[in-house]
Design a protein. Sequence first.
Length: 265
Amino acid sequence: MNYLLINGSPHKGNTWILAERIKSQILALSPQAVFDEIHLTDINLPFCTGCSLCFRKGHEYCPHHKTVRDIIDKIDLSDGVIFTTSTFNMQPAALTKNLIDHLCFMLHRPYFFTKKAVVITTTGGIGANKSAKYLAGMLRGIGFNRCGELPVTSHSWNAYKVADKTAIKCAKAAKAFDNDVSSKKMHPPTASLLIFYNLMRGMGMGCVKGTEYATKDGEHWTDPVRINRFYDAAIPVPFYKKPLGALFFLMGKLSAKFITVTYRK
Ligand SMILES: Cc1cc2nc3c(=O)[nH]c(=O)nc-3n(C[C@H](O)[C@H](O)[C@H](O)COP(=O)(O)O)c2cc1C
C-alpha cells in the first residue's frame, strides 16, 4: 500500500514523534508499505488570496495551482494519508489551515472518495481533540472514505516522551488504519456525509451553464458521471440511505431557487 505522510506542523516536534511512530508501526505490520512525505514548511505554499477562482472557474485557475496540484497528485497516488498537525490556539497550525483553505473548493466538489486518512494532533494541555475533529471533518467533507483521529496531549514543549497509554493508543490506531487501507474496502457514506453531498449536488443546479451566475460547481454536478447519483460511483450506498440523498438533493435544489450566489463578472 502507498502511504503519504503530510506534516502540517512548522517543525519536526512532538507531533512528528508520533507520526514516525505510526509510520514504523505500519511498516512492522506491512513491510511492503511505501511511504512518501510532504512537509508543509518546505513547499512554500503562499496564503490563499481569496480570489475564489477555484470555486467559480476551477482549481487550475488558482494562482498557486502548481503547488496545490502537486499535493493533490501525491494524495491521488496514495491509498492512505497520515495528516499531522500541532495544535496552536486550540486549532490546527496555520500551515495546515492554509492547505485546507486551498482545498476548500472540494467541499463543493468532493473528490478523494477512495482515500483513507488518519489525523494526528498533539497539544500541550487542551485542544488536540478540537483540532483533530476540525481536520478530520474537512477530510471527510472533501470525500475521504474514512478518517481516524489520534489526538494526544503531550504536556511538553519539544521534550516529549510518549507515555505508555499513548503508545498503546498509537499501536491500535496504526493497526486499525493499516488493516482498513489494506482491505481496500470502501465504506458507505455516513448519513451526515450523504446529506452534505446531496445538498451540494442540489445547490449546484442553481449555477449550471446558461444561468446568470454559472460556476464550475454547475458543470461538475451536471456531468453525466454523477448527475443521477446519490454519491460517488466508487462507493456503495445502501438502498435505505438513498431516499435521504434524494430528499436533501431536492432541498438543495429548492434553496438554489431562492438564493443566488453572485460574483463580480
Ligand atoms: C503558537 C503555539 C500555540 C499553542 N497553543 C496551544 C493551545 O491552544 N493549547 C495547548 O494546550 N497547547 C498549545 N501549545 C502547545 C503545543 O500544542 C504542544 O507543545 C504541541 O505538542 C506542539 O507540537 P509540535 O511540537 O509538533 O509543534 C501551543 C504552542 C505554540 C508554539
